[in-house]
Design a protein around this ligand. Structure first.
Ligand SMILES: [Zn+2]
Length: 304
């Protein structure tokens, strides 16, 4: 379904943010549960904020993608990093001349802790509303506890979802027109976002893509991690291969070749992240891994 989402009530968002923050502080901190977990260096390595194209900026870490889409009516922030990432994200946003307090809508691409852990804190800081896909809402609101793969092993500060998003929804804020794409599999509610950006009279189709990677230990066919997970991944690869993409970024810099495409300090050029062939190749590479895992599960189970 395609729907248009109007503006939002800022005061209501702020009240929700405060009550959510109070609820979150009463719950065991994720660090308690993650004592033995050492995040990959790239998840915390700062990376200079930079303009990807048009009003899309990267404000995250070397290998955790956090994206800011700006407008005169406020901004959209997609993803965070780990639990202590609010301060470095703020520094990155301010280094571009924007204010974190002007973020009006928070989105995420997948309800996994490495992309969600500072959402509750940023919501409290900004009064922004959290908009999430229907199927990731439960996991966002219980801080990852009911995640069928990581639940009980890793958690993050829960965040209340103010508005549920559906496939094809158009998110409008100022002159931002951002389309929601359900790309499930990595999580049940994983999503990508797309928009058209015009630079020097040329239109660029831009996708902030949640890639169909399969976490180690996830099961597709035999005792599947969640019912329908294999079909979900298949839908994601099929739809992503059919997308018209000029510029793409993803939840991890390593997925879209950030370090190969961009050197810190490099002058802005709308062509820097233009890479339609790279996008298709990466989707096809992930689909091959998926098909190999399906075949391996079939072979060991005797199913066909
Ligand atoms: Zn993930």
């Amino acid at each position: 379904m395609r729907g248009t989402i109007p503006g939002l009530g800022h005061r209501r968002a702020w009240i929700a943010a405060v009550s959510c923050w109070l609820a979150a502080t009463a719950i065991a901190q994720p660090a308690d549960l993650l004592e033995s977990f050492t995040p990959p260096a790239g998840w915390t390595t700062p990376f200079p904020a930079h303009r990807v194209i048009g009003n899309l900026y990267a404000v995250g870490f070397e290998d955790l993608g956090v994206f800011l889409i700006t407008s005169d009516a406020g901004h959209i922030l997609i993803n965070t990093g780990l639990a202590d990432s609010a301060a470095p994200i703020r520094e990155n946003v301010e280094s571009l001349g924007f204010q974190l307090e002007d973020v009006r809508i928070l989105l995420c691409m997948q309800a996994h802790f490495d992309h969600t852990a500072a959402l509750a804190e940023i919501k409290a800081l900004t009064g922004a509303e959290m908009w999430g896909t229907a199927k990731d809402t439960r996991i966002l609101e219980d801080g990852g506890f009911s995640d069928p793969h990581f639940g009980g092993r890793v958690t993050f500060a829960p965040i209340q979802v103010d508005r549920q998003l559906s496939d094809g929804d158009l998110i409008e804020l100022g002159d931002i027109r951002l389309t929601v794409h359900d790309h499930p599999g990595h999580t049940e509610g994983s999503s990508s976002y797309s928009m058209t950006v015009t630079e020097n009279g040329k239109d660029y189709r831009v996708v902030i893509a949640n890639m169909g990677t399969i976490n180690p230990g996830k099961r597709l066919l035999v005792d599947p991690t969640y019912p329908g997970v294999a079909e979900d991944f298949a839908k994601t690869y099929r739809e992503q291969k059919a997308m018209d993409v000029d510029v793409w970024v993803a939840a991890h810099g390593s997925q879209y070749g950030l370090l190969e495409k961009y050197q810190p300090g490099q002058a802005y050029d709308p062509g820097t992240f233009v890479d339609p062939d790279g996008f298709l190749a990466e989707v096809e590479r992930l689909e091959t891994i998926y098909l190999e895992q399906l075949a391996a599960e079939r072979a060991t189970s005797g199913r066909d």
